[in-house]
Design a protein around this ligand. Structure first.
Ligand code: NFE
Ligand code: MG
Length: 504
């Protein structure tokens, strides 16, 4: 007999996600992904000054504010007809890259690692590291007191097939703590060139308002060295260890099979070449990106159906909290009518299909070393592997961008806000393709629509009844114990959902 499991909220991710699955004969047969709150940023923006948009949209999220700020200033650059200076482009790339790395670190260490690494192993720690001894005392207290309401963030947890090797567990916990310092360093790098983080004031249309000085280059470079060292010696090794101990997760959590990448981080002034190349994989076939094919379906979303299947340039956000048959505050974005996965895995697969040498030079040795096939990356563990490859790629590229900056030269070009204009800003947030669509009338924002990575991934069913990518990925997942459905949590978290972003 089928059994319904509701995980509400799914913890250790940003925002409110409820996940309902139907399990029969030890496998998930059906799945529903629900975003549980409405935020209304697209409504808040209407009638405001266009130059406020990058500040307001950065408040969509504290994890990826730079991605929203970047999409917003790109939409405004487009609307105002701006061509950036090299310094402006390079500073923006460095700011976005540092926030990107920070986001991938929080996802692996703080939000996912403890699905695999056994935190309880610290109770048997025999070494002399004072930080680990401190944590040991705390975990022992948690385990022995059998508290009715144990204190987050480590316990309670699902019981499950955690890593067995003691040293790997201790290393994972040690790096969990070290990663907090690394995230602080990444924030300092963003603050140096963008004013502060989160919600950076120096990100503006026309470039960046910070100046490039030799002292700042040296400071950024020193911080970057520390990050690169952690990525090379800790992060990649920890993900590899978890992948090795949980190899069966390369066969669990395959997505919808379609991938969408807008591309990001321009390598040249005309932005024709981007560090992450754009592209679409439709059932394995590579296509050029055509943003005219994007629509948002609303039939199962808590919004008025009248504007369903519209392109975001003419989209509407009209909440209907009591709509019958709807089960999520996420819209359902579709490309050529199809659900699309977005994120690190999509970026790696699209770049690979395009034969991009930068990406191939890291992905090929990784596949060789792990003995994995490219197809196996489309899986729960494959998403972790793809996400781990990205900070390595991006951090190494930052060395080159840093060397191209010219101290004393401007990072900002002036502009006028026109009375009427349209603009679109497309970029890659850590979690995938992010687009902002802007219309200006009478010098004010007439319409502003965001289509966000987690909205693509965690969308509900569309107007044709087709499930969203995470729903599809969870269907078929084997469940060993329905009272302890760690497998569902692992597949959902492999997408790194951010519901605060998704419902914007
Ligand atoms: Ni709130 Fe965000 C999403 C990312 S969108 S974390 O979805 O990455 O810019
Ligand atoms: Mg939207």
């Amino acid at each position: 007999m089928a059994r319904i499991i509701e995980i509400d909220p799914v913890t250790r991710l940003e925002g409110h996600l409820a996940f309902k699955v139907e399990v029969e004969e030890g496998r998930v047969r059906d799945a529903y992904s629900s975003g549980e709150m409405f935020r209304g940023f697209e409504t808040i923006l209407r009638g405001r000054e266009p130059l406020d948009a990058q500040q307001i949209t950065q408040r969509i999220c504290g994890v990826c504010p730079i991605a929203h700020g970047s999409a917003s200033i790109l939409a405004q650059d487009d609307a105002y007809g701006i061509t950036l200076s090299d310094n402006g482009r390079l500073l923006r790339n460095l700011i976005q890259a540092a926030n990107f790395i920070q986001s991938h670190l929080i996802h692996f260490y703080q939000l996912s690692a403890l699905d695999f690494v056994d935190i309880a192993a610290v109770a048997d720690y025999q070494g002399s590291d004072p930080v680990l001894l401190d944590l040991k005392a705390w975990v022992q207290k948690q385990l022995s007191a059998k508290l009715v309401y144990p204190v987050a963030p480590f316990l309670p947890r699902y019981s499950g097939d955690y890593v067995l090797d003691h040293d790997t567990n201790i290393m994972g916990v040690r790096h969990y703590l070290r990663s907090l310092e690394m995230r602080q360093i990444a924030h300092q790098m963003v603050s140096l060139f963008a004013g502060k983080v989160p919600h950076a004031p120096a990100l503006v249309p026309g470039g960046v308002t910070e100046r490039v000085t030799a002292r700042k280059l040296a400071y950024f470079g020193a911080k970057l060295d520390k990050l690169r060292q952690f990525i090379d010696t800790a992060y990649l090794a920890d993900v590899a260890a978890v992948a090795a101990s949980h190899r069966h997760y390369f066969r669990i959590g395959k997505g919808c099979g379609n991938h969408l990448v807008y591309g990001a981080l321009p390598m040249s002034a005309d932005a024709k070449d981007t560090f992450f190349p754009s592209g679409v994989l439709m059932g394995g076939r590579l296509e050029a990106l055509d943003t005219d094919k994007i629509t948002e379906h609303l039939r199962h979303s808590l919004f008025d159906d009248a504007s369903s299947k519209r392109h975001p340039a003419v989209g509407e956000t009209a909440p209907r909290p009591d709509k019958a048959g709807a089960y999520s505050w996420l819209k359902a974005p579709r490309y050529a009518g199809q659900p699309m996965e977005v994120g690190p895995l999509s970026r790696i697969l699209v770049a690979y299909a395009r034969g991009d040498q930068r990406i191939l030079s890291v992905v090929e040795p990784f596949l060789k070393r792990t003995g994995l096939l490219l197809e196996e990356l489309d899986s729960a563990m494959g998403r972790h592997a793809a996400r781990a490859i990205e900070p390595k790629l991006v951090a190494d590229q930052c060395v080159e961008w840093l060397s191209q900056l010219r101290p004393g030269e401007p990072a900002f070009v002036d502009f006028q806000v026109p009375d009427q204009a349209r603009g679109v800003g497309l970029t890659e947030a850590p979690r995938g393709a992010l687009g902002h669509w802007l219309t200006i009338q009478g010098g004010k924002i007439a319409s502003y629509q965001c289509v966000v990575p987690t909205t693509w991934n965690c969308s509900p069913r569309d107007d044709d009844g087709v499930m969203g990518p995470v729903e599809q990925a969870v269907v078929g997942t084997p469940i060993a114990d329905p009272d302890n459905s760690i497998e569902v949590a692992r597949v959902v978290r492999s997408f790194d959902p951010c519901l605060a972003c998704a419902v914007h």
